[in-house]
Structures are given as structure tokens and as C-alpha cells.
Design a protein around this ligand. Structure first.
Ligand code: PNS
Length: 157
């Protein structure tokens, strides 16, 4: 049976760290849906259409990956898409406590397993928030995000 997984996040913006997890997850499942939270609690820098457009551009070479926005509960989105697995990246032990709570809550709310991929060490320090801060002050983000994302961030200086 074909297995669909969901890789959720705010993606404000997508970084090479996200992309690393997306690529590695795509290699493990028949179909991967990258799910972009529409109304990210923190006020996002990029609106959801921009975040989706950037995601679509950076996964264009991955044929089993699709991109979609969601709001409401992640487990409801998984049910709508027929997904039985949520894939999350873990950068460090500090990520684990909150991710564990979310995984256990999602398991209680829906018929879905959460699988964790450990972030590749070269990206373990990366976060969208830090990338935005570096870009805001004119720093070079070329090592952290794909060129199309860097170009988009440069407009916010
Ligand atoms: O990139 P982020 O901000 O760490 O992603 C967090 C996200 C989108 C995975 C999480 O906030 C989420 O799943 N939100 C949807 C609402 C929901 O289902 N909440 C209950 C989960 S325990």
C-alpha cells in the first residue's frame, strides 16, 4: 500500500535545513505533502502565498512531493490527504521536548505516527528566525537558503 507522509511547518521561509529533511523524507515515502501552516501564530514575514511559491520552486525536482497550505489541526489535514505519517526534523535535544509533546498529542488526536529525522549536522544551527535576522541586517544568507529565497529576503532589507 502506498504510504503518504506529511512534512509540516511554518516555512517562513524554507531553509536548506527544511529542504534536507524534505528530500530525505521524500526518499522514504511514496508521496510527501509539505504542509505550510497558513496562519503561523507568530506574525510571519512572508504571506502564505509567498511561502508556498518558494516551497514549490525548491521541490520542483522531487516528483513525489507536493506543497499545500493548511490551517486548523494537522491531524485533520493528514486525514484529508490520506497521510498516516508526520515527518519532523530534530536539530538538537532542545527541539525534542516540544516535538515529543506534539507527536504524542497528534497520536491521541488522530491515526498518525510521527517519525523524526535528525537534521544533517551542517544544518543543525539553522532556523528560519535566524536567517530572517541575518537577512534583515544585510548579512549573506547564501549558505542557508536557496537563491530564490535569498532574493526574496533581500527585498525586506
Ligand atoms: O515550523 P514550525 O512553526 O515549528 O511548525 C509548527 C507546526 C506547523 C508543525 C505546528 O504548529 C502545527 O502542527 N500546527 C497545527 C495546529 C495543530 O495541529 N496543533 C496541535 C499539534 S499538537
Amino acid at each position: 500500500m502506498a504510504v503518504t507522509a506529511v512534512c509540516p511547518g511554518s516555512f517562513d521561509p524554507v531553509t536548506y535545513g527544511h529542504l534536507d529533511v524534505i528530500r530525505r523524507a521524500a526518499a522514504q515515502f511514496d508521496r510527501l505533502v509539505v504542509a505550510c501552516l497558513r496562519n503561523a501564530g507568530k506574525r510571519p514575514l512572508l504571506d502564505v502565498d509567498e511561502r508556498l511559491a518558494l516551497l514549490e520552486a525548491v521541490v520542483v525536482d522531487l516528483p513525489n512531493v507536493e506543497v499545500a497550505a493548511f490551517d486548523g489541526l494537522l491531524v485533520d489535514f493528514c486525514a484529508e490527504r490520506g497521510a498516516t505519517v508526520i515527518v519532523k526534523g530534530l536539530r538538537a535535544a532542545s527541539d525534542f521536548e516540544y516535538e515529543l509533546q506534539m507527536a504524542q498529542m497528534n497520536a491521541r488526536l488522530g491515526n498518525v505516527e510521527t517519525l523524526f529525522l535528525t537534521t544533517s549536522p551542517v544544518y543543525s544551527f539553522l532556523s528560519s528566525s535566524l536567517v530572517k535576522e541575518v537577512a534583515r541586517f544585510g548579512g549573506d544568507v547564501a549558505d542557508f537558503v536557496p537563491p530564490i529565497v535569498a532574493e526574496r529576503l533581500s527585498r525586506h532589507r
